[in-house]
Design a binder for this molecule. Structure first.
Ligand SMILES: Cc1cc2nc3c(=O)[nH]c(=O)nc-3n(C[C@H](O)[C@H](O)[C@H](O)COP(=O)(O)OP(=O)(O)OC[C@H]3O[C@@H](n4cnc5c(N)ncnc54)[C@H](O)[C@@H]3O)c2cc1C
Length: 775
């Protein structure tokens, strides 16, 4: 036999072995299984519970290398019911009108009492509680809209409303509570008769929350005059939001049962209980001062506090199930609270800063027309469109019944980071106007408070480095979790099916990634019903999805358990997944909103930016690969012709910036859903009026400039020139009054607050009077 014939025969034999499952299992898979079990990183029970928690949704498509765009576009657009819309337009607006950042911080160091009462009376604290318990039973989309609107007005109001509706007593009770616990507490929580908080964080266990040293010991004790089985709990919690004024403390601690009174293990595990804060031994009331945000936040502690086992959420049978409960419930709140509040801050900042950039002139030019200011304005517009798209799509997914654990980490990280970057850009554009605090400053408090969003619900560095990819690679992957489970159970047949499915998956993605890279994705199909202007983005995203899937598989194979410690590799892979998610949301938003042509600059900018960032992240993985050889090989497959994803061009940035500095439907859509006071006594209302007036005045000013240039009129100042133009009939009386109104509003807009020597402390004991007369 010659060489080709031998090769063919060997290949044929290999095909027979691989095609015949029983043979393949015997000859190949059982050895691979042994190797795999050896490679499998050690995983604690808490890590396993974190990975098992929640659901996967569109993230799984993106991770597969073959996203089904038609499926995404068919997902219904999130909508509010008539009742929800009415609550948003009435009660939420009314609450916004009652509060503002300046007074909460300067006068009340809290919400004003009447606002607190309003929140309780109108059911803001029971938005996730079903109607049968007296709650509002709002959708996740509505919940997100309320938080967004409140955040655009007053951070403290947003936090005080968001926390009881996020992971805490109500949600845990709804999912795990006994009927007795639900019937007792849920109606009281819905009506604001109980103020809840949830205490997990301990001084020694922040990010590594499963390591809390707080403990309870199962024992007998006397409760309400009789001996009952209970637990003595010792804890020290800090940073607990609503803690200082809470009446119902959700408490997480590790339960031990040294005398085996529960009949099981000695280490029962993390347990969650509901503790009325009037219980003797519970210490609450002291406050932290989180960046002057003045929402209620503080430590609480107790030593050997006896409580009956019935206080465990779900009763004694749920002892030790606390971590699983927390992980399972984390996704819904994390999908909504911080993404929505960050988007609310960002919308306010974008709307107000765009207006300011048109009203404020330097060098005889509106600052928003300088190329230097256009650059940050473009980032503001592009990022905000994408943030809102992701906020809304994610809330919609929760409404569809998803508990999207990986997606919730993506939106938590990327929307808070973009919110922070966006507000920073706005601060730079505003100059001193953003810096001097006072009733007229509409952005300073957001700027101060955004780092809080970065830290809470999974600090951002941890979320990016450990959670997005770490959890995503296992949860979203079509085969890895199946392989791991089969390996753990020693199930050879299941392992064989998953492993060989995985092998074909890798080979297919390798071929696809390479082919799409060398052909510029020209042969990739975009969804047939999608907007023609955007089809190229679908193709490029599909290409990057295949590249991600392939690079992730190679990384898991080459680095194995070490990938967990190679955080900079896994963070970048997570960034690629995140960019694909954010870009998908942007494409979907454009379709859902009826393809608004005027919004295209936002859409193009944000998609081009996301593609460039995804490509940069992927390139970062390859360039920093622990094995240079593997990195080189990966680059040959993923970027054989180099990187071809440019950041948005200046011209596109110019178009985006222009949309922010003039009133338009596109600007209204970009900033929709915020509290927009129309009264000129309010800083934002004044800005809106000043923007309109400035634009109308520009035409009059152009006439005056032309007359001055031709020598028809003379004058040293703008006021003198205007008078001269009026006298020379270059402009009419109406135009003159337009100029005056624009100047008056501009003066009001550029004004910053000033205070007496003590910065007004002596005056802040009483509610401030509005300093400006209503127009
Ligand atoms: C204002 C505020 C309100 C809060 N409200 C509550 C509440 O109501 N209930 C509650 O239980 N908790 C609450 N927390 C706690 C919060 O959710 C965080 O869990 C906690 O702040 C994180 O712990 P830490 O601040 O001690 O940071 P640390 O855990 O010390 O982390 C410090 C830094 O290290 C990073 N890091 C940690 N581990 C890793 C890793 N493996 N890889 C990479 N980076 C890592 C983190 O990202 C962070 O940047 C609140 C915190 C604040 C500040």
């Amino acid at each position: 036999m010659n060489f080709p014939a031998i090769l063919l025969a060997a290949l044929a034999a290999l095909c027979v072995v691989l095609a015949a499952a029983p043979l393949r299992r015997h000859i190949v898979s059982r050895f691979v299984l042994l190797w795999y079990r050896h490679q499998l990183p050690a995983m604690s029970q808490t890590e396993r519970e974190a990975i098992d928690a929640g659901t996967v949704w569109w993230d799984a498509d993106l991770f597969s290398g073959r996203p089904d765009w038609d499926r995404l576009l068919a997902v219904p657009k999130p909508k509010l019911t008539a009742e929800e819309q009415a609550f948003l337009d009435n009660e939420t607006e009314q609450l916004c009108a009652m509060v503002n950042d300046w007074e909460t911080a300067q006068i009340w160091q809290d919400l004003p009492p009447q606002a607190w009462q309003f929140i309780k009376d109108k059911g803001f604290l029971g938005m996730i509680i079903p109607k049968r318990y007296g709650g509002r039973e709002f959708s996740a989309t509505m919940h997100s809209q309320v938080i967004q609107k409140l955040a655009s007005r007053c951070g403290v109001a947003a936090v005080h409303v968001m926390v009881p509706n996020s992971l805490g007593p109500a949600e845990l009770l709804l999912n795990y509570g006994t009927d007795e616990q639900k019937n007792h507490y849920l109606p009281r929580l819905a009506k604001g008769l109980e103020i809840p908080c949830f205490g997990l964080t301990n001084p020694h266990a922040g990010s590594d929350a499963a390591a809390i040293p707080d403990f309870g010991v199962v024992c007998k004790g006397v409760w309400e005059g009789r001996e009952v089985l209970g637990m003595r709990v010792t804890w020290e919690k800090r940073y607990i939001t609503l803690g200082p004024i809470s009446t119902l403390l959700g408490l997480a601690f590790r339960l031990r049962d040294p005398d085996r009174l529960l009949g099981g293990e000695e280490d029962v595990g993390i347990t969650c209980a509901l503790v009325p804060t009037h219980t003797p031994g519970v210490n609450i009331g002291r406050r932290h001062n989180p960046l002057n945000a003045v929402f209620q936040n503080g430590p609480n502690w107790g030593k050997d506090v006896f409580m009956p086992l019935e206080w465990i959420i779900g009763g004694p049978k749920m002892a030790g199930q606390g971590w699983r409960m927390l992980m399972e419930c984390l996704a819904a709140g994390r999908s909504i609270s911080l993404p929505s509040s960050s988007t609310g801050y960002a919308k306010l900042a974008a709307r107000a800063t765009g207006a300011y950039a048109r009203v404020r002139s330097q060098f005889k030019t509106a600052i928003g027309k300088f190329e230097g200011i256009e650059e940050p304005l473009a980032r503001v517009g592009g990022n905000l469109y994408m943030m809102d798209a992701a906020r809304s799509m994610t809330a919609g997914a929760v409404d569809l019944g998803e508990k999207p654990s990986v997606i919730s980490a993506i939106v938590k990280y990327h929307l808070t980071e973009r919110g922070r970057a966006l507000v920073n850009d706005c601060m730079d554009i505003l100059g001193g106007k953003g810096i001097c605090l006072g009733p007229g400053n509409f952005i300073g408090r957001s700027y101060e408070q955004l780092p809080i969003a970065i830290t809470v619900e999974g600090a951002n560095i941890l979320t990016r480095n450990l959670i997005v990819f770490g959890q995503g690679a296992i949860r979203c992957h079509p085969y890895v979790l199946k392989e791991m489970r089969a390996a753990q159970d020693g199930d050879l047949a299941a392992f064989d099916a998953a492993f060989f499915g995985h092998v074909w998956h890798v080979m297919r993605n390798e071929a696809r990634a390479f082919f799409m890279a060398v052909t510029g994705s020209a042969f990739v199909s975009a969804p047939s019903g999608s907007a023609p202007q955007l089809r190229r983005y679908y193709r490029q995203l599909t290409r990057l999805s295949s590249a991600l899937a392939y690079a992730a598989d190679v990384s898991m194979l080459v680095l194995g358990g070490a990938l967990k410690r190679k955080e900079r590799i896994s963070a970048r892979l997570g960034d690629v997944l995140a960019m694909l998610y954010l870009a998908s949301a942007t494409l979907k938003r454009f379709e859902d909103e009826g393809r608004q042509e005027a919004d295209l600059p936002f859409v193009h900018w944000s998609l081009q930016d996301a593609l460039a960032r995804a490509a940069d992240a992927l390139h970062g993985v390859l360039a920093n690969y622990p094995s240079k050889l593997v990195g080189f090989f990966l680059r040959l497959v993923v970027f054989p012709l180099g990187r071809h994803f440019a950041s948005p061009a200046d011209r596109l940035g110019h178009e985006v910036a222009r949309l922010l500095i003039a009133p338009s439907l596109a600007r209204d859509r970009l900033c929709s859903g915020i509290y927009l006071p129309r009264a000129e006594s309010d800083p934002l209302g004044c800005l809106e009026a000043a923007l309109e007036a400035a634009i109308r005045a520009e035409a009059v000013e152009a006439k005056i400039r032309a007359a001055q240039k031709s020598g028809a009129i003379l004058g040293a100042s703008a006021a003198e020139l205007a008078q001269a133009a009026l006298a020379a009939k270059v402009i009419g009386a109406e135009e003159m009054s337009l100029l005056k109104r624009a100047a008056q509003l501009r003066d009001e807009v550029i004004r910053v607050d000033d205070f007496p020597q003590d910065l007004g402390r002596s005056e802040s004991a009483r509610p401030a009077q509005p300093q400006r007369a209503a127009a």
